[in-house]
Design a protein around this ligand. Structure first.
Ligand code: ADP
Ligand code: MG
Length: 490
């Protein structure tokens, strides 16, 4: 097959999180299950009603623009987009045509064309041969982001969509859950800058990937067969795993956009963009970069925390609690870290500590949360308790096995590590004389294993160490045991 150059551009809608709807005071509550509860004459399009713009929604879109490095238009306005459909009670949607709130900017190297504000439609429910309409969603603030056609693969598209979702969540402007329709993606796909097909009805990241991949292949095969592509809208059929024609360009709407006479143009200065900029949180890209720099994480580790925001916050709290606890540790117990003045070694020690905290959090604790069906903020383990546990591990008071067991107890009871150690008599036998007595007993009781080891069977040493560990109830460090065995078997 000939080489075709894919070109893809996205149009992404996201429902904004606000208390009330875009132009009235009906509640914006996506959780409302009863139909037609959050409605009023304004969002039902009754004659004689007047829209009042929602300040929170406008600020949300301005903040999205600031986060994308876009320009916030000094002057902007709302326009009417006219079409008839039962989910659109006014027979026009208030949107923005030629003066979007935000234009320009980039995300993951993809150029943003514009971000504008509009209102959502109601939802149709088809049941028992009838169609019902629910206007709870009608008039909910919706942002639409349009990219330049800068993507060349399905992977780039999904990466971008995930990054945008993360950014919207960081900004707190949208939950952007695709499965719930809070974020909706339309992908425009063409080959060699030829005929463009718009893909709709995409309800998950996987569907975005599958639909774009399918469409690129379909277009290439059509061109290969000498067929002419139609400029059309195609829907993703999840069951059939293919795109199907919905409407062609000839059927495209003429929306007859015109400025909404009920909503005068306005200047964005009244929303104080600089104040909004000062209030932006640390965004995913900055956080990824900082986590790599401050904690020595590789991109995958950093990304895990950036995506799991609760864990990132918990992690950083645990690190500062760790540092606070460390100051309390008597010098004599500081096993290694302060023995070295070498800057590189100090740095490696630091990475070791942060990695320990990271691993206990993202692997052990995460596993327990999953099993218990709990979320981190509701668990009984606090950053302070986790930090204290890891201090005990780092100064050699407990083994890594004991630390994991104690974490499970902490998870179940909420007790702090000191209490558990005292109650369960947990600790490490550091008296080498005591360990040596056990080693000698084990050597005497296991002549066959000793003989095997002397013949070169190293696995026998593991067996002997295991026996001793059993007698010592796991309270010795494996490396100490190994040393003492080697000394006595040499
Ligand atoms: P239209 O005038 O048909 O609405 P636009 O140029 O306004 O097209 O772009 C709409 C969307 O289509 C944007 O997301 C843009 O990136 C994308 N797009 C534009 N040209 C192409 C193309 N040749 N192939 C794929 N996508 C494209
Ligand atoms: Mg639109």
């Amino acid at each position: 097959m000939a080489d075709y150059q894919p070109t893809i551009g996205l149009e992404i809608h996201a429902e904004l999180k606000t208390r009330t709807k875009m132009f009235c005071d009906s509640l914006n509550d996506p959780e409302e299950a009863r139909p037609n509860v959050n409605v009023c004459p304004v969002c039902l399009g009754h004659p004689g009603t007047l829209p009042v713009p929602n300040r929170q929604a406008i600020e949300h879109v301005v903040r999205v623009g600031l986060a994308l490095g876009s320009s916030v238009s000094a002057a902007t306005k709302f326009d009417r987009k006219n079409y008839f459909y039962p989910d659109l009670p006014k027979a026009y949607q208030i949107s923005q045509y030629d003066k979007p709130l935000v234009h320009g900017g980039t995300l993951l190297g993809v150029r943003i064309r514009r971000v504008h504000l509009e209102e959502d439609t109601g939802t149709l429910v088809h049941a028992d041969g009838a169609s019902l309409v629910d206007y709870n969603r009608a008039g909910v603030p919706l942002m639409e982001l349009v990219t330049e056609p800068d993507f060349t693969s399905a992977e780039q598209v999904t990466d971008f969509a995930r990054e945008l979702q993360l950014m919207l969540r960081y900004l707190g402007v949208s939950d952007a859950n695709m499965e719930k329709g809070e974020m909706r993606i339309e992908a425009n796909v063409s080959l060699n800058m030829g005929t463009k097909v718009e893909l709709k009805n995409i309800n998950s990241f996987k569907a975005v990937h599958d639909a774009v991949t399918y469409e690129l292949k379909r277009q290439a095969e059509a061109l290969e067969a000498g067929e002419k592509l139609r400029q059309e809208t195609r829907g993703w059929d999840e069951a059939k795993q293919k795109t199907v024609a919905q409407r062609s360009k000839e059927e495209a709407h003429d929306y007859r956009y015109f400025p909404d006479p009920d909503l005068p143009p306005f200047e964005t200065a009244v929303f104080e963009p600089e104040r909004l900029r000062a209030g932006l949180p640390e965004l995913p890209a900055a956080k990824r970069e900082r986590f790599a720099r401050e904690y020595g994480f590789d991109p995958k580790q950093a990304d895990w925390l950036v995506i799991e925001k609760d864990f990132a916050n918990f992690f950083e709290d645990a690190v500062s609690e760790y540092d606070a606890w460390w100051k309390e540790v008597p010098d004599i117990e500081k096993v290694k870290r302060f023995k070295t003045q070498n800057a590189d070694e100090q740095k490696n020690e630091r990475i070791l500590e942060t990695t320990l905290i990271y691993n206990f959090l993202t692997s052990d604790l995460k596993g327990m949360l999953n099993v218990a069906g709990q979320t981190l903020p509701h668990s009984k383990i606090t950053p302070e308790k986790l930090a204290h546990l890891i201090i005990f591990l780092r100064i050699g008071k407990i083994t890594s096995r004991q630390a994991k067991d104690m974490l499970a107890t902490m998870f179940a009871t909420g007790d702090d590590p000191e209490t558990i150690m005292a109650r369960e008599n947990i600790g490490i036998v550091s008296d080498e004389g005591e360990i040596e007595r056990v080693v000698l007993d084990v050597i005497a009781a296991n002549p066959a294993a000793v003989a095997d080891y002397r013949k070169g069977k190293t696995a026998s040493l593991q067996f002997l160490i295991g026996k001793s560990m059993g007698i010592l109830k796991g309270k010795a460090r494996p490396d100490t045991l190994k040393q003492i065995f080697e000394r006595n078997l040499a």
